[in-house]
Design a protein around this ligand. Structure first.
Ligand code: FAD
Length: 428
């Protein structure tokens, strides 16, 4: 299925995904490639829906505990953004030493991996799925990253930069910090997997018996700690890597005349939700593609189309330009408000008023080096799901949206009684 068939770029599609979440099935099967995962990530990354809106939509139909697996996984996204907020651009570099010195790892992604012809079926399938759908299941992302870093000795940063360019949900915090988690520069040990693990969680067409990953964890650990890459016998036939580009499909240079004397709601690629209800009457929606960001982080065609389609539904006026061009044009506006986001934070002119993003969990002021440390602080003192600050904020704002009744978060009809499973990130 093509990316935009799988992920229609509309709010209705995002809401339908939320309505389809089955938390008990999710908790039971999320590690399996064909398990009941939500595929909400492109909509969350691009701000069609916030984490509180996602959880409120699910909580209106199912009784969930704060420690439910689904809530826990939403927590991973917020944790990675917590790290980004505290560490800034340093997340793009190794947070700590990994199993081997940095110089051991190559800085280029090998052609056979990029072309899905490594000969390791699970890896080649993962690369093909990434290119055709713009999405990969979490387990497949972990396998791919582990193979790239620990078996092929490619630096995690090269792999992360390559993968993020092809994902519809590419998010610098979740992507680059997950690669570091796999590499062992953001966790205590390298993440490793073998053919048995693939056979347990993936369909038959991914199974990789007889390949170089068909070995024990002890052998894989020794490989991960040895500076020598494994020897490979790439296949002759593969696929072409889709091209990435820094140019949005449309967007004119910012013009002061477009916004002179107007109140402006500034939309950007990570803020594609409904504009807030309390904006000034006659407020003008203006969409902005920040050229500095796009020059540094090119996207595949599907992602441009995914974001552009939703932007067009929100704003007739679309600009593509640098932060200086934006500042000059917006100086003519009466007021400018925008949703805050780390992607554009440093690029916003000083006169623009960022509205803080709606967080699901309590803000943790102290930087946390591990997810569990953050989770303990972020959920401290919570007795029930409705105590989560993001859900409370939605109820207070009365902006819970069409999907659910805010009162239902507090007085929840019990359709399923899910048990907590907080045993770890995956059962690999
Ligand atoms: C190497 C690697 C790269 C990744 N790159 C990205 C990325 O660029 N963007 C991205 O959004 N996620 C990334 N992830 C995290 C995770 O794989 C995806 O969020 C998840 O697979 C998206 O699919 P889903 O919406 O069906 O997830 P579900 O399992 O249905 O989870 C629902 C939502 O919870 C959040 N979530 C779930 N698991 C995680 C997790 N482990 N880490 C962070 N958030 C999570 C996501 O917002 C997700 O949409 C990466 C993971 C790895 C191992």
């Amino acid at each position: 299925m093509k990316p935009l068939e799988l992920f229609p770029p509309t709010l209705e599609a995002a809401r339908a995904r939320i309505a389809a979440v089955r938390p008990a099935d999710y908790a039971r099967s999320r590690n399996a490639l064909e398990g009941a995962v939500t595929r909400l990530s492109p909509y969350i990354t691009h701000g069609f829906v916030s984490l509180p809106e996602v959880l409120a939509g699910v909580a209106a139909r199912y009784r969930l505990d704060v420690q439910h697996k689904f809530v826990f996984e939403l927590g991973w996204r917020e944790y990675f953004h917590h790290v980004w907020q505290h560490r800034g651009e340093r997340i793009l570099h190794s947070l700590q030493g990994g199993p081997l010195p940095e110089r051991v790892y190559a800085r280029e992604m090998p052609a056979d991996i990029r072309q899905a012809r490594t000969g390791v079926t699970a890896i080649d399938q993962a690369v093909r799925a990434l290119y055709t759908t713009g999405y990969l299941h979490n387990h497949a992302r972990m396998w791919l990253a582990s193979y790239v870093v620990h078996l092929r000795k490619v630096h995690w940063r090269a792999g992360a930069d390559w993968m993020v360019a092809h994902l519809l949900d590419g998010d610098l915090a979740s992507n680059h910090l997950s690669w570091q988690w796999v590499a062992g520069t953001g966790s205590h040990k390298p993440y490793l997997f073998n053919a048995d693990n693939v056979a347990r969680y993936a369909p038959l067409s991914w199974h990789s018996a007889g390949s170089m990953i068909d070995t024990s964890y002890e052998a894989l650990d020794a490989i991960a700690r040895s500076p020598r890459p494994i020897s490979v016998r790439p296949l002759d036939e593969g696929v072409d890597e889709p091209q990435s580009s820094s140019q949005p499909p449309h967007g004119a240079a910012p013009e002061a005349a477009d916004v002179g004397g107007r109140d402006v709601w500034l939309i950007h690629p990570w803020a594609l939700g409904e504009p807030p209800a309390d904006l000034a009457a006659g407020c003008l929606n203006v969409a902005w593609w920040p050229s500095e960001h796009h020059a540094a982080w090119p996207w595949g065609a599907a992602r441009w189309c995914f974001v552009a389609a939703r932007m067009s539904a929100l704003a007739k006026l679309q600009w593509h330009g640098s932060h200086q061009q934006l500042a000059q044009a917006l100086a003519a506006a009466r007021s400018v408000h925008t949703p805050a986001d780390e992607h554009v934070g440093a690029l916003l002119p000083p006169d623009v008023n960022p509205r803080p993003a709606l967080r699901l969990f309590a803000e943790v002021d102290r930087p946390c080096a591990s997810f569990s440390a953050w989770w303990n602080l972020a959920t401290r003192g919570l007795r029930q799901l409705s105590d989560l600050p993001g859900l409370q904020a939605l109820v207070e704002r009365g902006s819970a949206g069409a999907l659910f009744d805010p009162a239902a978060i507090v007085v929840t009809p019990t359709l399923a009684n899910d048990s907590a499973d907080c045993s770890g990130r995956t059962s690999s």
